[in-house]
Write a new protein. Sequence first.
Length: 215
Amino acid sequence: MALTDAACRAAKKAEKPYKLSDSGGLYLLVDTGGSRLWRHAYRFGGKQKTIALGVYPHVSLAAARDARDANKRVLAAGIDPSEKRKADKQAAAVAHLTTFDRIADDWLDDQRSLTGGLDAPKDQRKKSPETIEKLDWLLSLVRPQLGKLDARTLTTAQIVDALDRIGARGQRDTAHRCRATVSRVLDGAEQSVSAPRDQEEAQLHVWLAYPGRAR
């Protein structure tokens, strides 16, 4: 018999934990402290498994059913919902490390730390405070569009769109300088992140893709 919200609200603690079953493996576990915990029982790879779905009433009966149904769709695709959750958490934990903002900040820090003289390769020469300030400013022009995006999956189209917004304001020369700076940031990112083909193409073509046109 399917659960009702009234039955969930009425569930009280007992000497031993007990379950109130809904359907499709969903149940409410009432522990000895009176907490009401949503659980979804399922089978994967021939093994019985359980995944937590939250605490009632913060997670309603309807929301718990939605979560159960989402798990079923994941299972139908041949994926273990518990493993997917772990992978999603790991990805979320490191996602901020590869945003364009983070990559650009790291690159700027690298530029500030350069110590090479005039006889050093150009990319190793010490930068003046004025140069660093200008690079920071150029990057600030594209941060609103690119900053929160993952640098590993950044596309040429996204970069061109950000540059077009600068060109549309009549700042064509600035857009060209910004293009060069973005390319340098992405080139530097190759040293710290594993870039998929999409970003590799962006690095290869960003020099050619933007004609500096004003709309």
